[in-house]
Design a protein. Structure first.
Lengths: 549, 350
């Protein structure tokens, strides 16, 4: 850590009245229509599911320390990876940034008092909680062993676990994300402050807007798919099971029609966070604003046209595989454009390395690897070999954890002073970011090699020659766990003991920094008027991020 | 001996080298771009580190650069796309001279059958230097046939034959995995592929205890099921003639013409009303629940043995044979009357 002297600055004080102390009592939280409080409710909820999913992941990695499996019977192991996947995807990753940082920041960034539909926003959280209860009930009753993909006819006709309960939970939670998406779309269209044209919107807004489009358009398909699955399972109406006259591959088409775009639900908001962080800590406007903004929309659109690349070995026709492969290569381009623009943003900047920037740099590196290894899977002749192996696991964890979770943590640190009014401890936070980066790579890099060697995913036991790489991966996972637990501890600590942050500790641009920290319930004392482009850095007096202890 | 920490699986098929070459190229591309980004970030981070007195230089962007870093990645990915597609087409087109085998996946085992009637469980013997094509089907859920050493994988579906082919190049024993999650013992649905020199393979085939070839068993089964009562070569038959049917176009009553392949024959047995041959009545009962996947493969082998042809559509009647209600056969009833309650079983049970 660098030795820094704390500059003498006027003693900052917490604002007297803000959204956290405006009201007290459980009632004031459970019936709140304040988007900031709902963001906090979501934050608590998804942290719970992140921890549960994390415990399942830890058990999976421990089990795989030895070839025959160290801890569990095969059926228990199958439940562990299924519950890890379901909880992480549907109850953490999908809501992660949109429902927490998005909920908190979208109205602030567009200079509005709240989202367009505050009651719908609260309803979204309640719906999510109902869905979450089904997930918890499933776990308490004994879990599911379908994998998060619920492939038929295994899930509809063969497994004896609580498939329908879990499916119902996911359907319900899906409506929460439709509500959030709808709210964001309306808010961005209707609630922008005077002068905040589309070309002046922060890139975080662009990426959440693109995400919302996917949420609103794709999530209903997931609901339909899972309802059909439940109907087949419950009433033996043949849709997917050939024994009842159905077609199992139809399920895969429908499932991936949602779940591939959902991958972009899980990464686009993260990209928005990175754009905010990189500009702030480079003290620069973003390089190629419109290219970064429109690449989000391009990803959202192309993302709908690539679903069958999950099915290259499932018996789809050779020519349709060709089309889906071509589209999958095309969807990689806008992501590449973003990476190049973030990198170029640092060029001739004035770069400082506070914790959010460390996460952002980590994101760019890991997402680059995650994205490029996606090309391996889009490549038809190569996908045949690596499909359904640990190569796929490594690839999507590089995108989902190395990408989205890093962006989420980076964003959480970046806006933590706005959320709570207090700073996190910088030294500990840098340490945690470093540990996360190292632990992550040690966990998932060996899995690329493991996958190419041919280890299939979802194996409770494996041939002995794969052990070395599995042990490395488990060792990495234990480091990664430390990296995730540390922020949980010091962020909670900082809520009480952290330095008072002041309205704009990073000297960052953007309307959210122009109000006090934490913001008042109605966000702004006066409706802000926007007169300049986004990321209008370089105007402030010393042009630097103030050094924070 | 394998090294302690190998980076590649063994190369034991003709396609393995091609797949590895593409993989290495992609590893190269990934390494290059990851390093490029990492080094640029590192360089900018050091060079443009925040120092008192120096301000960031505001740059809006550069359309030229945007075009460059859109077009170059696009070009590279189109190159990869084409390369991978060529390998894929090669992998999906079995050579016509391939040795044909049959595979059935079920929770949680692999069954293989050779046209000579030899059967194996969780083990597959194949000759070196000759293309092998496997027609696969599942008895229950979706499985996936995966042999890493061959770089070959394809899903095994419960309602349709999928095929996979490879040409082994190295004698040895290799992993066979089920790579599509298929329930509790998914990770135990493994086996071995034994590649043998051609002469050893012939000797191995000869030593098998086969009870007649697949086609012969199929013929017996065909008679046991009573198929022969309708599917006769004479012109007044109630069902289409099956002589020389396999591989030939068939004209359907709705005007379409399709090829009589494995999937068509299977569907016609299990769901006879799905595709009615032009000039025939939809009178055939379903054999769903009666004919299992092993039996089905034998029936197909028998129909295939009746001659593979190509050319004019077969069974092209212009006017349907008229049947009175009393003439419509009740196959299941007839079978019950013949053989009591026991259902005919194909060949040797596994």
């Amino acid at each position: 850590m660098s030795t820094v002297t704390i500059p003498t600055q006027p003693q900052l004080e917490m604002p007297k009245k803000h959204y956290l102390n405006d009201n007290y009592g459980i009632r004031s939280w459970l019936l709140t229509k304040d988007h900031k409080r709902i963001a906090v409710l979501y934050l608590i909820t998804i942290t719970f599911f992140f921890l549960i999913g994390g415990v399942f992941a830890a058990l999976i990695r421990l089990h795989l320390l030895v070839p025959e499996g160290a801890l569990f019977q095969a059926d228990v192991y199958n439940k562990l990876f299924s519950l890890h996947g379901v909880n992480m995807v549907f109850f953490f990753l999908v809501p992660s940034i949109p429902a927490t940082l998005g909920n908190f920041l979208v109205p602030l960034m567009v200079g509005a008092k709240d989202l367009a539909l505050p009651k719908i926003n609260l309803a979204s959280w309640y719906i999510f909680i109902i869905g979450a209860c089904f997930s918890v009930a499933t776990m308490v009753l004994g879990g599911v062993d379908t994998g998060w993909t619920f492939y038929t006819p295994l899930s509809s006709g063969y497994l004896k676990t609580h498939v329908v309960t879990m499916a119902v939970g996911i359907i319900i939670a899906g409506f929460a994300s439709i509500f959030t998406g709808l709210n964001f779309i309306v808010t961005v269209h209707r609630m922008r402050a005077p002068g905040l044209t589309w070309g002046r919107l922060p890139l975080f807004i662009w990426s959440n807007y693109a995400t919302s489009l996917i949420m609103v358009l794709a999530t209903p398909v997931l609901a339909i798919t899972l309802i059909l699955l439940a109907v087949e399972r419950g009433f033996h109406i043949g849709i997917f099971d050939p024994k009842l006259g159905g077609d199992p591959v139809l399920f895969q088409h429908m499932f991936w029609f949602y779940s591939h775009p959902a991958v972009y639900i899980m990464i686009l908001p993260g990209m928005g966070v990175i754009s905010e962080i990189v500009t702030c800590f480079s003290r620069k406007r973003v390089f190629g604003y419109s290219f970064v903004a429109f690449s989000s929309i391009a990803i959202a659109v192309f993302g709908f046209l690539v679903w069958a690349h999950h099915m290259f070995v499932a018996g789809i026709s050779t020519y349709s595989a060709l089309v889906f492969s071509l589209m999958s290569f095309a969807v990689a381009i806008p992501s590449a454009v973003k990476v190049f623009n973030w990198t170029a943003t640092m060029y001739k900047g004035s770069v400082s390395f506070h914790t959010p920037m460390l996460y952002a740099i980590g994101f760019i590196g890991l997402f680059t690897i995650g994205g490029l290894t996606g090309l391996f899977l889009a490549a038809l002749g190569l996908d045949i070999h690596v499909h359904d192996t640990y190569f796929v696991i490594a690839h999507f964890h590089y995108v989902m954890v190395g990408g989205m979770v890093m962006a989420y943590l980076g964003g959480l640190h970046f806006w933590w002073p706005k959320l709570t009014g207090r700073m996190y401890p910088e030294g500990w936070a840098k340490l945690a970011a470093l540990i996360t980066f190292i632990g992550f790579n040690l966990t998932f890099f060996p899995q690329f090699i493991l996958g190419y060697l041919g280890m299939p995913r979802r194996y409770a036991a494996y041939p002995p020659e794969f052990q070395v790489l599995n042990v490395l991966s488990t060792a990495g996972a234990s480091i990664l766990a430390v990296g995730f637990i540390l922020p949980l501890i010091y962020l909670l600590w900082s809520m009480r003991y952290g330095e008072v942050a002041g309205p704009n500790p990073w000297q960052a641009k953007g309307l959210e920094w122009e109000t006090s920290s934490p913001p008042p319930t109605h966000n702004f004392e006066h409706t802000p008027v926007v007169t300049e482009d986004p990321y209008h850095y370089g105007e402030e007096q010393d042009g630097e991020v103030p050094v924070v202890p | 001996m394998q090294p302690k920490l190998p980076l590649f699986p063994e190369q034991a098929s003709t396609v393995a080298g091609q797949v590895d070459a593409l993989y290495l190229f992609l590893v190269l591309i990934t390494t290059f771009f990851s390093l490029l980004i990492a080094l640029l970030i590192l360089f900018f981070a050091i060079k443009y580190k925040q120092t008192p007195g120096r301000k960031a230089e505001q740059i809006h962007g550069s359309t030229l650069l945007e075009i460059i870093w859109t077009v170059i990645p696009l070009g590279i990915s189109m190159f990869i796309f084409a390369w991978a597609a060529i390998i894929f087409f090669h992998q999906r087109r079995p050579p016509t001279n391939a040795l044909e085998l049959y595979g059935v996946g079920k929770q949680w085992m692999w069954k293989f059958e050779y046209s000579g009637g030899q059967r194996e469980i969780n083990s597959l013997h194949v000759p070196m230097g000759r293309p092998v094509k496997i027609s696969m089907i599942s008895q229950d859920v979706i499985h996936s046939f995966f042999v890493p050493a061959f770089r070959v994988k394809y899903d095994v579906l419960p309602n349709r034959y999928n095929t996979v082919w490879f040409e082994a190049t190295q004698p040895g024993t290799y992993h066979l995995f089920c790579s599509q999650y298929c329930g509790t013992k998914h990770s135990a649905m493994i086996g071995e592929v034994v590649v043998m020199k051609p002469e050893d393979f012939e000797a191995w085939l000869g030593s098998g205890k086969a009870e007649g070839s697949m086609a012969a068993n199929g013929e017996k089964y065909f008679q046991d099921l009573g198929c022969i009562t309708c599917h006769r070569p004479d012109s007044g038959a109630r069902g289409p003639n099956l002589q020389g049917l396999y591989g030939r176009p068939v004209r359907l009553s709705d005007g379409r013409t399709i090829i009589a392949d494995d999937n068509y024959i299977r569907e016609s047995v299990l769901d006879p009303a799905a595709k009615i041959v032009s000039g025939f009545q939809p009178i055939m009962p379903t054999f769903k629940g009666i004919v299992n996947e092993d039996g089905m493969l034998q029936l197909i082998a028998y129909i295939k043995s009746l001659g593979e042809q190509s050319g004019e559509p077969l069974n092209n009647r212009t006017s349907p044979t008229m049947l009175r209600d009393t003439e419509v056969p009740n196959i299941q009833q007839e079978m019950k009357n013949q053989g009591g309650t026991t259902q005919p079983q194909p060949g040797k049970k596994p």
